[in-house]
Design a protein around this ligand. Structure first.
Ligand code: SF4
Ligand code: SF4
Length: 349
């Protein structure tokens, strides 16, 4: 298989249009001056030029903020009818066009939990039905730090096609059999990429790296060594006092996947549904157990938990940090807590 191809810009819209026959298409789009990753019905709705990332990551499509797992109806004492939405989910096929490298890495990390460790049939089905056409960032935002977390600006896996804007065309890296099939079934739209095109792409990536914030001078091994030794540091009190426990950092994070599950029965007591909803480790209720005991009463302990659950515990469990440097938590935090500042302090301790 050819590793690379070239997609002239004039052919991009036609490629997107060809997907619309069989797939739901999602991509970065603008509504009322705000960017989101949402359904698009026409290529003109795509905003591939945005700086940074849409505020909610594409995880919201594969693992929705709230979802009914099943509904049930009690027909008689020994007959309960259960409706599982999985068959409907299986019918939907989708393409993510314009997903950023950091968000692709976010999906790779979610896969470790929701596909490999404890397979979640809803997530797994949606994930397997999703084609990933990633585009490298042209214009990283001031809060982006994927160069530190090693999740951008260039990624090596997790995509079917990886597009980089090299002015006269998109340089296309083919990342899977699916990606190869897309190119081969649309040969009238793609061209062969030359060595000069590849050089141009690599130069472009280098230019993007140069624009990004510079906490990359520290390294992740150093961070892990330090963080394992400062569990009782007063650093956590400083951020515990500032944190408002709003949970926005969790909800916007591409790798947070904690949820609550609750049952609702209708007034006949014969029908009901089971729903899951995103939860946040910053909420007081998160560690509340039967009998009312709460294990992390202080905000300090909850701030600390979140940082350890990004940069320490997953290294032990999955072999990598669970932060992709998207900077969303920095952008949305009403208390202006900047995770890069915390990391710098930890590394400097
Ligand atoms: S911790 Fe913050 S910067 Fe890291 S992946 Fe989550 S939202 Fe993005
Ligand atoms: S967004 Fe900021 S204030 Fe809200 S829970 Fe996260 S760290 Fe605390």
């Amino acid at each position: 298989m050819d590793e690379y191809a070239l997609l002239p810009k004039k052919n991009f819209d036609e490629l997107v249009k060809r997907f619309t026959n069989s797939f739901q298409i999602y991509g970065p789009t603008e509504k009322d001056g705000k960017f989101s990753f949402d359904i698009i019905s026409d290529p003109s709705e795509l905003r591939l030029d945005i700086s940074g990332v849409p505020i909610l990551p594409p995880k919201k499509i594969l693992f929705p903020p709230e979802e009914v797992l099943f509904t049930y109806e009690i027909i008689s004492n020994d007959n309960v009818k259960i409706n599982d939405p999985l068959d409907e989910i299986k019918k939907k096929k989708q393409v993510f066009i314009g997903i950023r490298p950091c968000d692709v890495q976010g999906l790779i990390l979610l896969d470790k939990v929701l596909m490999d460790k404890t397979p979640d049939p809803y997530y797994v089905t949606r994930r397997e039905n999703t084609i990933i056409i990633c585009i490298t960032c042209d214009n990283p935002a001031e809060y982006c730090f994927c160069n530190f977390t090693r999740s951008g600006p260039l990624i090596k896996k997790g995509f079917d096609l990886l597009l980089t804007d090299i002015e006269y065309a998109y340089f296309v890296e083919i990342g899977s059999k699916t990606g190869e099939n897309i190119v081969n079934s649309n040969l009238d739209l793609f061209q062969k990429a030359s060595k000069e095109d590849l050089t141009k792409r690599n130069r472009k990536i280098h230019e993007i790296e140069e624009k990004m914030s510079k906490i990359r001078s520290a390294n992740l091994d150093e961070l892990y060594q330090k963080i394992t030794s400062i569990f009782d540091s007063s650093l956590w009190d400083e951020y515990g006092k500032r944190c408002l426990a709003c949970g926005k950092c969790n909800f916007t994070c591409p790798t947070c996947r904690c949820f609550d599950v609750y049952d609702e029965l209708d007034l006949t007591l014969k029908k009901g549904k089971r729903t899951r909803k995103w939860d946040s480790c910053h909420f007081l209720s998160f560690t509340q157990v039967a009998g009312g005991e709460i294990f992390r009463k202080e905000r300090t302990s909850r701030v600390k938990q979140r940082i350890y659950d990004k940069y320490c515990y997953p290294v032990d469990e999955f072999g990598s940090i669970f932060c992709v440097g998207c900077g969303r938590c920095i952008q949305v935090c009403p208390a202006e807590i900047d995770v890069r500042e915390i990391l710098k302090k930890i590394i400097g301790m």
